[in-house]
Design a protein around this ligand. Structure first.
Ligand SMILES: [Fe+2]
Length: 543
């Protein structure tokens, strides 16, 4: 929504007409109808000084003003041998200015007027005549031709100016359309790439802000039939609110929280409204609806502008934000559905993995405990809440590939043959293949595939070494082995805590990441012990 410089086409056109008059060997003045400002010839030595003399300018000025009121002004010989030609500039059937061209016949230099002007401005008449000679030599018979030529010239430039204006306007529209289309494209692409679709709304606001002239945009979703974790009942702001965000949020909830109200106002005025008063500007409010239910509200305000008129919200901006709020309604529905489907799918995966664990009384609850300890380590490493949750989720499904291992092998109480162990070793790749085609859970794939890799490269399936092993794989390797050693197995009893921790310390730099192992052994294991007790009770109840 760029603003063209409205002065520029007039200035360009005037320069072009001045050049055309010079080519026709004439001096020219220009009176703009709006400003009644007279432009004067800028060059010409002593001839120019003569042309700019007050005595000349005043006569040209008074003639020009009368011509502005005249439907069909005609050339006039203002003194013997001095002709002035009017050409009216018309745009959209409106007189916008007048171009006055001057042409001399040689007789002017003999007249008293020429000499008295020279005397008044202090120039030598002979020198002024020399400088003005380029304007001499026209006879009265040429008047009609010169009038027509000038008129066509002015019309040509008016047309060029209109065309340039139309091109500018079209370019602006094209740019705006491009920006809006590009925004939709980027958002559609993000829908497919975001691990967490609730990120879409903050990203949407940040993408929208530079396309619009507002200093801030805010979105708030109310509790509705479909709530989205991390998004419902939270204010999302892009740009800079001119007040404290919490205070703004409170006023928005107080004022708009009852979204069933019938008298909905889309443009809030600072003089009469709490929200607009708080930010000190007009505020656009758009309800976000889906299937007839109000699910949220989109707000925008503090429009940038150097003067009050430019700061007023336009109907075009209202329409664009209405379209944006419609999009947000659709996004909300899609995100909510996606979230539900993802939760359902992850729930199925977790239940499946838990069922695999439960096939063997000794591994019951294994994945839940690995998830718990993995998340504890991630927290100790300083990861953010989202990363910790990712580690936890991956822990819950890390052994999903065991679905491909025959039950006889999975639950065998005796020592495994090499062939049987080979089947067990396939489970990371099987798990990876089960999950790899599912959008938005890409982030958990490395943990599933690489939780049996070792720091020294002697793990499986790929024998990756050190930091070539994705970090989540190194985290889960610690949690997985800790739980395996801490649990009773068919072939051995559970190892004491201190023995397990000593083993982990000893294997730092061989089996485990040497930076993570020391962090792991210092974790608080009380929550883990409670899980062990819970799973043990469940196993006894099932027996
Ligand atoms: Fe495993």
């Amino acid at each position: 929504m760029n603003q063209a410089n409205p002065q520029q086409p007039d200035a360009d056109r005037h320069d072009a007409i001045t050049a055309r008059c010079k080519a026709l060997r004439m001096a020219c003045w220009h009176i703009h109808a709006g400003s009644q400002d007279l432009s004067v010839p800028q060059d010409g030595g002593d001839g120019g000084r003569w042309l700019r003399a007050a005595m000349v300018r005043e006569r040209v000025w008074s003639l020009g003003v009368s011509w502005l009121e005249d439907d069909n002004p005609q050339p006039v010989q203002i003194e013997s041998g001095c002709w002035v030609f009017p050409t009216v500039e018309i745009e959209s059937r409106r007189v916008v200015g007048i171009v006055i061209a001057l042409r001399f016949e040689s007789s002017v230099f003999e007249g008293s007027w020429f000499k008295s002007v020279c005397h008044k401005v202090g120039v030598d008449p002979a020198k002024a005549q020399d400088d003005l000679t380029c304007y001499t030599g026209i006879g009265k018979a040429d008047t009609q031709m010169l009038t027509t030529t000038l008129s066509q010239s002015v019309q040509d430039h008016a047309q060029i100016s209109r065309d340039a204006g139309a091109i500018d306007e079209f370019s602006e529209q094209l740019l705006d359309t491009y920006e809006e289309t590009n925004l939709l494209f980027r958002i559609a692409r993000m829908m497919n790439s975001l691990e967490d679709p609730s990120d879409l709304i903050p990203t949407f606001c940040h993408q929208l802000l530079p396309v619009l002239p507002f200093r801030w945009i805010a979105v708030r979703f109310w509790a509705s039939k479909r709530n989205i974790k991390g998004l419902t009942d939270r204010l999302v702001v892009a740009g800079e609110l001119p007040c404290e965000t919490d205070a703004f949020d409170r006023v928005v909830v107080d004022q708009l929280g009852d979204h069933t109200q019938a008298d909905w106002t889309r443009l809030l005025e600072p003089s009469s409204d709490g929200i607009a008063g708080l930010v000190g500007s007009e505020v656009i409010v758009q309800q976000i609806t889906h299937d007839g239910e109000v699910v949220g509200v989109l707000l925008a305000g503090n429009k940038a502008g150097s003067c009050p008129m430019e700061s007023d919200v336009t109907s075009g901006e209202m329409m664009f934000l209405e379209a944006a709020s419609n999009l947000l309604g659709v996004f909300h529905e899609n995100i909510a559905r996606f979230d539900e489907q993802k939760q359902l799918f992850m729930g199925t995966l977790k239940a499946l993995t838990a069922a695999i664990d439960a096939k063997d009384q000794y591994t019951r609850g294994h994945s839940e405990r690995v998830a718990y300890m993995g998340a504890m380590l991630a927290q100790a490493m300083g990861m953010d809440a989202k990363e910790i949750e990712r580690v936890h989720t991956t822990g819950l499904v890390h052994d999903v590939g065991k679905i491909g291992v025959p039950e006889a092998v999975l639950c065998k109480t005796g020592k495994l043959t090499d062939e049987e162990f080979g089947l067990i070793k396939l489970h990371p790749v099987t798990g990876y293949n089960i999950l790899k085609g599912i959008p938005t859970i890409d982030a958990i794939l490395p943990g599933v595939l690489y939780h049996h890799e070792r720091w020294d490269g002697r793990g499986y399936p790929e024998g990756l070494k050190e930091k070539d092993i994705p970090q989540i794989g190194r985290i889960l390797a610690l949690a997985d082995t800790f739980d395996a050693m801490s649990s009773t197995r068919s072939y051995r009893p559970a190892m004491p805590r201190e023995t397990v921790l000593e083993e982990i310390r000893n294997c730092a730099g061989t089996q485990f990441d040497p930076a993570l192992a020391p962090l792991f052994v210092k974790l608080n294991f009380s929550g883990y012990d409670r899980l062990v007790a819970k799973h043990g009770a469940a196993a006894r109840a099932a027996a």
